[in-house]
Design a protein. Structure first.
Lengths: 116, 116
């Protein structure tokens, strides 16, 4: 298994500002993912972050809006830039130890973001 | 497009009653399927997963799920509900489009309420 922590756990931000969310894992992992869970909806993958390469973004998400860093095998950050109320959501970090498709994905506790 | 359908956004059962949460999926390749549980203000926790071994999968907390290829279903059951089972449950399937390894598609979730 993997133990994942996220900071901050929640925040209230003003529109137009940016927030950086940190994800820390207790062991080295190959793959890290960032998901968004909007109120009353399911999880949507924002991007996949592998160490040593640029993040891969899903359709509808762009690097300028959601820049991601992955400096090592235990840490990643997601920045939500130029925020608007539509960005109010739970942001979840997820990890997978290897690239094996059968491997379990483990999730962090999430960051609850409210944009006013 | 590939999808996961969870029938019933809310399910309510009495304590001690059978829990049945339905999940149907679409996939053009043999799927890997997962059930996650999310307790209030927490991240997702893996309940169980199907990775092409036994079709009846046993998970934590007394839950189990049966993979039925002919019905493209992966319903989650528990013989006797406990108050602590109240949570939101998500069904997920691995993507079949050759996208990021380990990329999951989630259903919209089912909120389970347990009445005393």
């Amino acid at each position: 298994s993997a133990v994942i922590s996220q900071k901050p756990s929640r925040d209230i931000c003003q529109r137009g500002t940016s927030l950086t969310i940190q994800c820390q894992v207790d062991s080295q992992v190959t793959m890290m993912f960032w998901y968004r869970q909007q109120p009353g909806q399911s999880l949507t993958l924002i991007a996949t972050a592998n160490q040593g390469s640029e993040a891969t973004y899903e359709s509808g998400f762009v690097i300028d809006k959601f820049p991601i860093s992955r400096p090592n095998l235990t840490f990643s950050t997601l920045t939500v830039s130029n925020m608007s109320p539509e960005d109010s959501s739970i942001y979840l970090c997820s990890v997978q130890k290897t690239a094996n498709i059968q491997e379990t994905q483990y999730f962090g506790p999430g960051t609850r973001l409210l944009v006013l | 497009a590939q999808s996961v359908t969870q029938l019933g956004s809310h399910v309510s059962v009495s304590e001690g009653a059978l829990v049945l949460l339905r999940c149907n999926y679409s996939s053009s390749v043999p799927p890997y399927l997962f059930w996650y549980v999310q307790y209030p203000n927490q991240g997702l926790q893996l309940l169980l997963k199907y990775t092409s071994a036994a079709t009846l999968v046993k998970g934590i907390n007394g839950f189990e799920a049966e993979f039925k290829k002919s019905e493209t279903s992966f319903h989650l059951t528990k013989p006797s509900a406990h108050m602590s089972d109240a949570a939101e449950y998500f069904c997920a399937v691995t993507r079949d489009d050759g996208g990021s390894q380990g990329n999951l598609i989630f259903g919209k979730g089912t909120k389970l309420s347990v009445k005393p």
